[in-house]
Design a protein. Structure first.
Length: 206
């Protein structure tokens, strides 16, 4: 009898451990506290924290590996968002581009108290670029000698500008931020980044 009672008690305990906890007030309060503390009242950042656009929702749904038809739909819709400069000039000053690539300022919860400072691209967080910078991330491919191997003609300028502006237009569910679409970088800043990657005089191509 004692063995049977013990078995029932253990079975109940195991069942209780395998039952997922329900949504509760404490969890909702914790989420709300995170949102408030992370955004410091910044409405734009709050929207980024709590919401997803259609592309992000699709990428989450397919765990960043959408089927071919969905990937094609994403890329087509995002290509339509790219706004190229009206004057046709796609390359700026690589020196300015280098500063932007090294600058990680912007869209961090600690940056909300400096609203008038331009954002950086923080490119070295994911890419290798100029050889003098020995600290860089490897989440993205190396861009060292990018222009040296691909040239600096109009077609590659247009590609690089578009890729920085909205990477989803070229690779669905890319891990690269959509710098232009989300106004993280201005068109002028994107032109400088294009120059950093393509200008033969840029340290990236030495």
């Amino acid at each position: 009898m004692r063995s049977a009672a013990l078995f029932v008690a253990c079975a109940a305990l195991v069942a209780g451990c395998t039952t997922p906890p329900p949504e509760n007030d404490a969890r909702r309060e914790a989420q709300a506290a995170f949102e408030r503390s992370f955004t410091h009242g910044n409405k734009e950042m709050f929207a980024r924290v709590v919401g997803q656009d259609d592309v992000q929702a699709l990428c989450s749904r397919y765990r960043n590996r959408p089927p071919a038809d969905v990937a094609e739909r994403i890329q087509k819709s995002q290509a339509a968002t790219i706004v190229y400069p009206a004057d046709g000039k796609l390359m700026g000053d690589w020196r300015q581009g280098e500063k932007i690539a090294e600058d990680g300022f912007g869209l961090r919860f600690t940056d909300t108290n400096q609203p008038n400072r331009p954002n950086g691209g923080n490119c070295y967080a994911c890419h290798q670029l100029a050889p003098h910078e020995v600290s860089y991330g490897t989440l993205g491919p190396s861009l060292y000698r990018f222009g040296r191997t691909r040239g600096s003609g109009e077609a590659i300028q247009r590609y690089v500008y578009g890729k920085v502006y909205n990477s989803e237009a070229f690779t669905a569910c890319s891990g690269m931020p959509r710098f232009g679409l989300h106004q993280v970088l201005t068109p002028e800043q994107i032109r400088h980044v294009v120059a950093l990657l393509l200008d033969p005089e840029s340290p990236v191509n030495k």
